[in-house]
Design a protein around this ligand. Structure first.
Ligand SMILES: [Zn+2]
Length: 199
């Protein structure tokens, strides 16, 4: 029963964009009222079910106990993703400018030597140093390994004979960055939590 009570459901707006994560009770309430449908991944395809179809589909299959909830009349499979039928907004949020998110933007790769590092091996570097008027902003801060950081020191990249792998930009907000980093998220959420592509 514990699994059932703590089970989390990803909520999409009607454009299939992640907008929320709710508990299972809230998810069922939205389904029963007809405000949402279940999205279920089957062999790489996504199938949509309204609540009654979902009940029927559950009854046709054998489902592991921990993935079901029992009611007086039914055994219901726990949905992992639901889609709201009438909600078309996307929460507008900016990615917070801090260390972790800069590493995340640069995918933990040093922007000078291009190599992948653990967080402990990384620093933040002002591309244009502060004493040259460089700002502390998304466009002027990059992930740098400790080695490259000390090599570059307080110089401009070309003065140190170094080049950026990629021009730093402000990242687009992607829904639920924190959910995407959560180890407990369900596999089937991945598709909906991928970073937004630029453009
Ligand atoms: Zn480096």
């Amino acid at each position: 029963m514990e699994v059932v009570l703590t089970s989390q459901v990803l909520v999409l707006n009607r454009f299939w964009q992640a907008v929320n994560v709710v508990g299972i009770k809230r998810a069922f309430s939205l389904l029963v009222k007809g405000h949402a449908d279940v999205i279920h991944q089957e062999e790489g395809d996504f199938q949509l079910y309204d609540f009654n179809q979902w009940l029927d589909a559950t009854e046709m299959e054998t489902i592991p106990e921990r993935e079901c909830v029992h009611t007086v009349r039914h055994i219901i499979r726990l949905p992992k993703v639901i889609i709201l039928k009438f909600f078309d907004r996307l929460p507008i949020k900016e990615v917070k400018f801090h260390r972790k998110n800069i590493f995340e933007r640069d995918k933990f790769h040093c922007q000078y030597c291009g190599k992948l590092f653990k967080e402990s091996g990384l620093n933040l570097d002002h591309v244009i140093p502060r004493h040259h008027g460089g700002r502390t902003s998304w466009e002027n801060i990059v992930t740098s390994c400790v080695g490259c950081n000390s090599r570059k020191a307080d110089r401009l990249p070309h003065e140190a004979g170094m080049r950026l792998v990629r021009k730093p930009v402000r990242p687009k907000w992607r829904p639920f960055m924190s959910v995407a980093q959560n180890k407990d998220k369900h596999r089937s959420w991945d598709y909906f939590l991928k970073p937004l592509q630029g453009g």
